[in-house]
Design a protein around this ligand. Structure first.
Ligand code: BES
Ligand code: MN
Ligand code: MN
Length: 462
């Protein structure tokens, strides 16, 4: 294969402009007010896939937002790479913390991105990373170097739990048949330490509602004599972790996969600077489950976090009131062998059981998904390793990530193929946060590395 470097150098301004145009469309899947924008983004992705050389591109209806399917089949006897990504983005809130508007992309230099980074919601998660694949395809088709078949499946509901994907996979298993799934929707350790994500955590997401008295009460007349739902809820939440920061839900750890000391020692070889970590997020000390390192806590260990909590009076000034209701949204990150539906049930039973008589508790399950681990002894991983060697001059470090992409385990179950997670974002790129950005160097390096994956995978498969 010829090096893609020259092609990228010649076309990089256009590659950046095209991504910026995509980032201008606010495809916020969580907010129904943006429905038209989400649909418009699907159209834009379709057009770009056609331009990049797909022979067939369809916008496929689902019960939710559509899936953009594209393909270029050059020879039925050659292997097929299925690329997955998402064109929807997280809501940009809180808006006032953005230095420039979330959907008006700007390029700015930062300490970690001296060549500039594109600041916009979705820049890294996942429009920028998804679009690297579109441009890599363009390179391979325009220079006659596509070595195998390729299929694209770009969805619009990832940030809200990929509800329609199971439905779509069931109906399209034959059409989506492939030899490997390639995804760029994770990160890398740093610009000079490439890594391949070999694990994702599962997720169980619940909302709880605690009801006390049948109406808000005067906190003087009733205070001290009835259970305050907010006091109770916060106490209940606090009791979910013990002094070692272990989760107290009975049965929670029953199926947790314990890593061997060798595996943990291998993990500890990945470079990690705890001081830089603390500094980057402005904390004085780290925190977590006793007996585990920071990198273990956020990848191979399950967790429980409150994502939001509300109730009572939060307006200006003071209002003396005992609220009738209190609410919280809680997420649990799970590790291999924990079943998300089982964990959701364990949570529900436990949370209802620990509630005092004076309140009524309702637990409403939201979405969830299973964790995933990619084997590193297969040709899928080998191809990724070789691809990184071509463009970084060194082997990537296999790394488990703490994030979740529930669709990956579903892929394995329904399509029976392995997934390679080739991420090019940095943890500091602020995905889901204000001022999300994606380094231009990372973007172009991704476009450069991806064709080598195709090349090596096709050779290894032959
Ligand atoms: N791309 C992220 C997941 C991710 C990011 C994994 C970085 C590993 C490293 C994805 O878009 C995401 O945000 N997933 C959600 C889960 C989903 C069910 C809403 C998450 O992890 O919170
Ligand atoms: Mn993503
Ligand atoms: Mn995301």
């Amino acid at each position: 294969m010829n090096s893609p470097k020259e092609y990228i150098q010649k076309n990089k301004e256009r590659f950046i402009d095209e991504l910026i145009n995509l980032l201008k469309i606010p495809s916020i899947s969580a907010d129904a007010a943006y429905k038209e924008e989400v649909l418009k983004t699907a159209e834009a992705v379709k057009m770009r896939l056609e331009e990049a050389g797909c022979d067939l591109v369809e916008i496929e209806k689902t019960p939710g937002y559509p899936i953009v399917y594209g393909e270029k089949i050059i020879d039925e006897n050659l292997p097929t790479v299925l690329v997955y990504g998402h064109y929807d983005v997280q809501p940009p809130d809180p808006l006032d913390l953005w230095d420039s508007p979330a959907f008006e992309p700007v390029i700015k230099k930062t300490e970690l991105h001296p060549q500039g980074a594109i600041f916009a919601r979705g820049a890294c998660d996942d429009k920028g990373q998804m679009y690297m694949h579109v441009k890599a395809l363009e390179y391979m088709t325009k220079t006659n170097q596509l070595p195998c078949n390729v299929k694209f499946m770009i969805e619009g509901e990832e940030e809200v739990g990929s509800e329609s994907l199971g439905w779509y996979l069931e109906r399209n298993a034959e059409k989506l048949k492939n030899d490997v799934i390639l995804i760029s929707d994770t990160g890398m350790i740093s610009k000079d330490v490439p890594s391949v994500t070999i694990g994702l955590r599962g997720l169980s997401y619940v909302e709880v509602e605690v009801t006390g008295p049948n109406r808000d009460l005067h906190s003087g007349l009733y205070g001290g004599a009835v259970a305050n739902p907010i006091n109770i809820l916060t106490k209940m939440i606090a009791s979910l972790q013990d002094e070692d920061n272990r989760i107290t839900i009975p049965g929670f750890y029953d199926n947790v996969e314990e890593l061997s000391l060798e595996e943990r020692a291998k993990m500890a070889e990945a470079p990690f600077d705890v001081e830089a970590y603390k500094k980057s997020i402005g904390i004085k000390d780290i925190h977590g489950e006793k007996g585990y390192t920071t990198n273990e806590r956020n990848s191979i260990r399950p967790t429980l976090d409150v994502n939001g909590i509300w109730g009572g009076y939060t307006g200006e000034g003071a209002k003396t009131v005992i609220p009738s209701k209190a609410y919280a949204k809680i997420s649990m990150r799970l590790v291999p062998n924990q079943d998300w539906k089982e964990i959701t049930e364990l949570f529900k039973v436990h949370f209802e059981r620990i509630a005092p008589e004076g309140v009524h508790v309702k637990v409403k399950p939201h979405h969830g998904g299973q964790g995933y681990v990619t084997p590193i002894d297969g040709i899928e991983y080998q191809a990724a390793d070789l691809a990184f060697q071509e463009t970084f001059r060194k082997s990537p470090i296999p790394q488990r990530s703490g994030g979740s992409i529930p669709i990956v385990s579903l892929f394995e179950k329904t399509l029976n193929s392995k997934t390679i997670l080739m991420g090019f974002g940095l943890d500091t790129d602020a995905i889901h946060s204000p001022n999300e950005h994606f380094g231009i160097w990372n973007y172009l390096k991704g476009i450069e590395t991806i064709p080598y994956f195709y090349h090596h995978f096709t050779k290894l498969k032959a």
